[in-house]
Design a protein around this ligand. Sequence first.
Ligand SMILES: [Zn+2]
Ligand SMILES: [Zn+2]
Length: 225
Amino acid sequence: METMNLPEKHWRHSADEVDRHWKYANQSPWAIRVGDISGRVGESQELDITLPAPSGIGDDFYGITADSDVDVTGHFDAIKDGLVFIGEATAAVHGQCSRCLKDLSGPLSVNFTVFMPLKASTAEEDERLGRGSSAQKDVNVDEDEGEDVYPLLEDGMYADLESLLRDAFADAMPQTPLCQPDCKGLCPLDGVNLNDHPEHHHDEAKDDRWSALASLKAQLEAKED
Ligand SMILES: [Zn+2]
Ligand SMILES: [Zn+2]
């Protein structure tokens, strides 16, 4: 039996490989095939996949390393003009507190609800092939219509999650990464972590200039005597 099953298993595996290669070759690693439900109002498709992190999320100080794993779960729901994608993505953030340099690396999750229209894809494709009409341009989704709109590709065959993931994580990047809102930072004189040593301070009386003045004063007072 097992030997008889082998060819079938092998064939199925190959089909998946071929499909994936086709998908990667023609689109991108972020292209999700949704052709079975797009245009079929009421149909849904679940998604549970690990994708490479897009580049350009955060920076060296605080961000997500390009090509690191991003776990994406969610579902596509077909509506009249396209798909609604509701999902969550989780990636590993590398970074440090901007005040005390504490390591802030860890998982970061973002949620999103986006519209993926069919029409824009058609218009864009027409434009690319030089057969666009003014009527189609009118229904084209403008960039200023909102960053929550990500047109489907190839006549609704694919949803490409690259810009969606980049936008969602970029929005979640803090302007000033902090280990805690009231992080006390490091002592500017010797780098002691003031969160760990809240009582740490430098007594001004011990400052060299003060002790020099104090000894001068003592000398003057001694002369007066
Ligand atoms: Zn800190
Ligand atoms: Zn100090």
